[in-house]
Design a protein around this ligand. Structure first.
Ligand SMILES: Cc1cc2nc3c(=O)[nH]c(=O)nc-3n(C[C@H](O)[C@H](O)[C@H](O)COP(=O)(O)OP(=O)(O)OC[C@H]3O[C@@H](n4cnc5c(N)ncnc54)[C@H](O)[C@@H]3O)c2cc1C
Length: 320
């Protein structure tokens, strides 16, 4: 019996979120005395995984798995989970994994618990905490099924090194391909995606128009951050919908979220509440965003943002 972790990668690089998944799974494997298996799909750069304690790494390389396809991946992971006797399958909270988790749960008759934020408080019965109501509350879930799929909220557990010497096995798996084939994927905006970013620079209607986004992009470039926006900004067509953050947009769970000219309406905050540090730049000292900010600057974005960017560049030049 085992714990199986699905390791996500991008352009042959393991995603940082996967190290957190392994750290979580290692702790769980100690608690349940189960073998810890990492499943890597179409990524050969896997040496870093051994820093996080897997007993075994299963590596599969197949061209038909080059682009993520939830149905194909669910079929594959279901086969691997059956052959390894996986009792717990650990996945991330990425958009891809949200699709994957539900399909997989049907295939292997497992309970799917999303937004898990900590190690189970009890294993018999299995009780685990998850966040709910857009991260406004937590609930303890009692899971009755034998097999469980847990999707772990980004930044909720942290990354803990735990060196191991895993057995590495290349596996072949002939699965039934889905009827839908993804032919190509193009990034809809900047080079860093909101999902994978450690830092997000986000701006709202206070920027007055799309022609002013150069200062937001400059700051994002300096910080190697992704750019994001509020809903009205994408509704107005100033920025692509893929950048829209909030209750009806993408959730953002970064280490640093910089909100510029965004009022902080409840629907926007719902998408950013699990980000660790929030910095707000707004002309209005009464803007609701300041109530949840860790750092706030009351000022005009058109003055503050270029100055902040200059200072950051100078700091980087001195410290590199
Ligand atoms: C069902 C529903 C779902 C919704 N879902 C979402 C969602 O997912 N995401 C989302 O974002 N919104 C969502 N909204 C909309 C939300 O209620 C707000 O209307 C929206 O977030 C406001 O966007 P904003 O802060 O960019 O604009 P505004 O509310 O217009 O705020 C602009 C801010 O910029 C400041 N400002 C102005 N000039 C400057 C300057 N020069 N420098 C610095 N600051 C300046 C102002 O003081 C103000 O605080 C939803 C609404 C509904 C009803």
């Amino acid at each position: 019996m085992s714990i199986l972790v699905y390791i996500e990668s991008n352009e042959n690089q393991i995603k940082k979120s996967s190290f957190e998944l392994l750290s979580y799974a290692k702790e769980l494997s100690k608690k349940l005395s189960l073998e810890l298996i990492a499943l890597v799909i179409n990524c050969t750069n896997i040496s870093t995984l051994q820093d996080f304690g897997p007993d075994k790494i299963l590596s599969i390389n197949q061209t038909k798995l080059n682009l993520f396809n939830a149905q194909n991946y669910a079929e594959l992971i279901s086969n691997v989970s059956k052959s390894t006797g996986a009792k717990n399958i650990i996945i991330s909270d990425s958009v891809n994994c949200k699709y994957l988790g539900s399909l997989l749960s049907v295939k292997i008759n497992a309970a799917f618990i999303s937004n898990v934020v900590s190690i189970p408080s009890s294993t018999t019965p299995f009780i685990v905490k998850r966040s709910t109501f857009s991260n406004k509350a937590f609930c303890d879930i009692k899971v009755n099924s034998d097999i469980k799929i847990l999707s772990i909220s980004k930044n909720s557990f942290g990354v803990n090194k735990n060196k191991s010497e895993p057995i590495i096995e290349s596996i072949e798996n002939d699965f039934i391909e889905s009827r839908i084939v993804c032919e190509s994927v193009e990034l809809s905006s900047g080079s860093v995606s909101i999902e994978d970013a450690d830092i997000v620079v986000s701006a709202g209607r206070g920027m007055k128009g799309p022609e002013n986004w150069n200062i937001i992009e400059d700051l994002a470039n300096t910080l190697k951050a992704a750019t994001a926006c509020s809903k009205p900004v994408s509704d107005l067509g100033w920025r692509p919908h893929s950048e829209h953050v909030g209750q009806t947009g993408k959730p953002v769970s970064t280490n640093l979220y910089i909100a510029i000219g965004i009022s902080g309406a409840i629907q926007h905050l719902a998408g950013v509440s699990s980000s660790k540090v929030k910095v707000v730049i707004n002309t209005d000292p009464e803007a609701p965003f300041f109530k949840v900010a860790d750092y706030g600057i009351v000022g005009d974005a058109f003055e503050v943002v270029p100055k902040l960017n200059e200072k950051l560049k100078a700091f980087q030049a001195e410290n590199n």
